[in-house]
Design a protein around this ligand. Structure first.
Ligand code: HDD
Length: 706
């Protein structure tokens, strides 16, 4: 039963709702206050005074006898559970997966064969290195963990937004994580890899170089969770009714396309809105524009695996989409925010070993290690093997077994029998529908070895780099220089450049130059020479596969008193048609009175709404407004940052002096600085914004600065 306190003020309920559990077989007493209006202790005893503890005399000592006070403080003292050792900062939402195309030819998994079937999901996005309270726009891998509550039990794809990993064998996971997180003596830096320990480990671990290319690229500073791909990374296996296996890699493709921010923007967003990504997703869902992804698969057989240039069991390698296209088989929409962050987002427990009949593992040594680690970590974090009883983790099918007891057991089998086989009845195994492991044929010598087929650490790193547009390549170079400049030891910087020489000589030179190294170090000794014949892959570049639409993006409209109402309205109409969103920014939070006398409310006061929070901006101001803003540092930053970050800028004629004072003189105007001479141009402006950035401007500004 539920009770409610407070007023519901809109789509998202703000009232407190409580669930009342009647004990096993117990009746719920209907007493005064059970409608949720009376505060009780955990024992259900109504509380008379929640403001003052029990004292002996008005100014006397607090008495131990006050059980409500003691219970309240005791419970508070135990609110925290250990944060995740990695991926501590996360944001979870609910959704639904719908299958459009059956994979019945390859698997018995109902979730992948019953076309039209809708499977509830929970997805948790995360950063990896930062603590729970860190900021969203760290340069980092993003977790994209998905739990499918299928008719055959829970299936988890514990994915990232990058398709490769730092290491090939799970035994190195504690090392890479220790090196990336805060250094142990000082407890910093927080949520960043720009420090000696990380780059020391990387320099001594050549297998990480492909991953390094990805995390130094703009993939590691996404604009939003909504504009990210997800990758299951490993080769998994689909298993058909005859037990035949087909290799599979899982992909999530965002329908809104890919987009990232610029590094300088990321630095500023972290200060302006540390919750930028989670707020973005929360807003998109609560405003009724939930994001969607396609679920895709790369399917391949042993013949392909045998002739592929790299080992399909090596998680530091991709299979280029040009070689095995991603087949889209369904899509999922994330359309419901959680009721309670702790109960759902914090307590959700993903485990790579959560698979359903028809889906299996391969010998990828990273995956094998993960299959142990995730179960183990949940015990530590959630405190009991009964973490599967927590609603967010419980499957949406009956759980029928004789596992029993343990801390916080919510669900024990009823009756006399708790073993199997038995003569009393109850659940038995069923070979027809039960999970069957893939019957792999493996033989070998027991040894701690790394297969020679895992030895090429540079060829795909190079392939990634040469697949990028010049501006994306520039960002990789800039990121490497930034990160390595934070390292104190010159040998650590040099060693990374030595690796880069095996990837791309120009990149190595640019980075060495950016660091001011006296000379290029010798190339790091490579186990096998880098292949230079791997063709570029378009799918690896964000810019080459841009969405060409402003849909789902955000326009910031800077207005002042006396600004053109018709232009504001035309912009709003064009934005809503896409659909995209807009925010009004003005000198005062109360808003601005436009030239037709209407008051437009502001979402942000100018210093709370810097342009880094928007994908494009419009300056719709009056002459007086422009004059006032031209003296305002934050307004000038708003404009100069938007320009410097390559954004599309629309302006009414009155805003010209503001642009000028912000350092954007008429002679600097390019195709992305667009005059709104009439209201009809608002529509054209929004269409142009579909290009998302004026990349040429960044190259030009850098050249100007040089
Ligand atoms: Fe991991 C969390 C993704 C390698 C051990 N991992 C975690 C999460 C994601 C990933 C998305 C957050 C889950 C959540 O939101 O609760 N991890 C990956 C990917 C990997 C990877 C894509 C490589 C392909 N992980 C990896 C290895 C190990 C772990 C090799 C250990 C041997 N990962 C963990 C963990 C975490 C975790 C310690 C921390 C919290 C948790 O599991 O639930 O067990």
């Amino acid at each position: 039963m539920t009770g409610t306190i407070g007023k519901d003020t809109g789509a998202q309920s703000h009232a407190a709702e409580f669930e009342t559990f009647a004990g096993e077989g117990g009746e719920l007493h209907q007493i005064a206050g059970s409608d949720g209006t009376v505060l009780t202790t955990q024992q259900g005893v109504p509380v008379a005074d929640d403001q003052n503890s029990l004292k002996l005399g008005e100014r006397g000592p607090t008495l131990l006898e006050d059980f409500h006070f003691r219970e309240k403080i005791f419970h508070f003292d135990h609110e925290r559970i250990p944060e995740r050792v990695v991926h501590a900062r996360g944001f979870g939402v609910h959704g639904t997966f719908t299958l459009d195309e059956s994979l019945a030819e390859y698997t018995t998994a109902k979730v992948l064969t019953e076309v039209g079937e809708q499977t509830p999901m929970f997805v948790r996005f995360s950063t990896v290195a930062g603590n729970k309270g860190s900021f969203d726009l760290a340069r980092d891998v993003r977790g994209f963990a998905a739990k499918f509550y299928t008719k055959e039990g829970n299936w988890d794809i514990v994915a990232n937004n990058i398709p490769v990993f730092f290491i090939q064998d799970a035994i190195k996971f504690p090392d890479v994580v220790h090196a990336a997180k805060q250094e142990p003596d000082r407890g910093f830096p927080q949520a960043q890899t720009a420090h000696d320990n990380f780059w020391d480990f990387i320099g001594l671990t050549p297998e990480s170089m492909h991953m390094i290319m990805w995390i130094m690229s703009d993939r590691a500073i996404p604009r939003s969770f909504r504009f990210m791909e997800g990758f299951g990374v490993h080769s998994f296996r689909l298993i058909d009714a005859e037990g035949k296996g087909t290799y599979v890699k899982f992909h999530f493709k965002p329908k809104l396309g890919l987009q990232s921010v610029m590094w300088n923007e990321a630095l500023k967003i972290n200060g302006s809105d540390p919750d930028f990504h989670r707020r973005d997703l929360w807003d998109a869902i609560t405003m009724g524009t939930p994001p969607e992804w396609d679920l895709g698969v790369q399917l391949f057989d042993d013949d392909f695996a045998d002739q592929f240039e790299f080992d399909v069991l090596d998680s530091t390698k991709i299979i280029p989409e040009e070689q095995i296209p991603v087949r889209r088989i369904g899509s999922f929409v994330l359309d419901r925010v959680v009721d309670n962050f702790f109960a759902e987002t914090e307590q959700v427990a993903f485990c790579t070993q959560n698979v359903v009949p028809g889906i299996g593992f391969t010998n990828d040594p990273l995956l094998q290690g993960r299959n142990f680690s995730y179960l183990d970590t949940q015990l530590k974090r959630l405190g009991s093997p009964n973490f599967t009883h927590i609603p967010i983790n419980a499957p949406k099918v009956p759980v029928q077994n004789f596992q029993q007891d343990g801390h916080m057991a919510m669900r024990n089998p009823k009756g006399r029998v708790n073993y199997e086989p038995n003569s009393w009845g109850g659940p038995r195994e069923n070979p027809e529908i039960g999970y069957r492991h893939f019957a792999a044929q493996d033989t070998g010598r027991k040894a701690q070895v790394r297969s020679a087929t895992f030895a090429d650490h540079y060829s795909q790193a190079r392939q990634f780099f040469v697949s990028q547009t010049p501006i994306e390549q520039k960002h990789i170079g800039d990121a490497l220089v930034f990160e390595l400049s934070k390292c104190e030891r010159i040998d650590i910087r040099q060693r990374i450049v030595a690796h880069l020489r095996n990837i791309d000589e120009t990149l190595a030179t640019v980075v060495a130059d950016g660091l001011g190294l006296p000379a290029l170090p010798e190339p790091f000794p490579a186990a096998v020479p880098t292949r230079t014949d791997l063709p570029p892959s378009e799918a690896l570049s964000i810019v080459k596969r841009g969405p060409q639409s402003f849909e789902g993006r955000k326009l910031g409209i800077l207005v002042t008193d006396g600004a053109s109402a018709s232009v504001v309205k035309a912009l709003v109409k064009a934005v809503e048609a896409l659909p995209a969103v807009y925010e009004i920014i003005s000198p005062k939070i109360a808003g601005a009175t436009l030239d037709d006398g209407t008051l437009v409310e502001a979402k942000q006061k100018i210093d709370g709404g810097p342009s880094v929070l928007y994908d494009a901006v419009a300056l719709v101001v009056s002459d007086e407004g422009a004059a006032m803003l031209s003296e305002d540092k934050t307004a000038k930053d708003f404009v100069s940052d938007a320009f410097g970050h390559g954004k599309f800028i629309a302006y009414t004629a009155e805003a010209l002096p503001l642009l000028e004072r912000a350092g954007v003189a008429a002679s600097d105007h390019d195709a992305g600085v667009i005059a709104l001479k009439s209201t009809s141009e608002a529509q054209t402006f929004l269409e142009t914004c579909g290009q998302l950035r004026v990349w040429d401007r960044e190259l030009k500004i850098d050249l100007d600065a040089a």
